[in-house]
Design a protein around this ligand. Structure first.
Ligand SMILES: [Zn+2]
Length: 125
């Protein structure tokens, strides 16, 4: 299953693509990390909605809440890190079998890409 989630507050849909891919929603309420490891964080779990591979929204029940949210004082990814994410996305797509390359992407995939590009363009460093 893809490590994808939606923030109830800002409606951002975020996805972690690999083990070091830490992605926070626009308002900083939730985050996903660790790619397929499905690591995730939320200031309030009520605002965290898991999105499954078919785009369905799943309500999660948090059972393992860390003492301290890593969102506290966590630096946003730098421009370079976000560009690395883009490069990683390109590599992942290039590794796909030919049949998969001709299959359509979903609006969620499209949205994650646009959000990443938008964050890069907005970052000043
Ligand atoms: Zn948010």
């Amino acid at each position: 299953m893809k490590n994808r989630a939606k923030c109830k507050l800002c409606q951002s849909i975020i996805e972690s693509f690999h083990s070091t891919d830490y992605v926070m929603c626009k308002c900083g309420e939730i985050a996903v990390d660790g790619g397929a490891g499905l690591k995730c964080y939320a200031k309030t779990w009520d605002n965290f909605i898991r999105i499954d591979d078919n785009g369905n929204e799943l309500i999660v029940t948090a059972t393992d809440i860390p003492d301290r949210s890593p969102l506290d004082g966590q630096a946003k990814p730098t421009r370079k890190e976000m560009i690395d994410m883009l490069d990683e996305m390109v590599k992942n797509i290039e590794r796909l079998p030919e049949a998969a390359l001709s299959s359509p992407i979903t609006h969620y995939d499209h949205l994650s890409l646009i959000l990443l590009l938008s964050s890069i363009l907005r970052s000043d460093d």
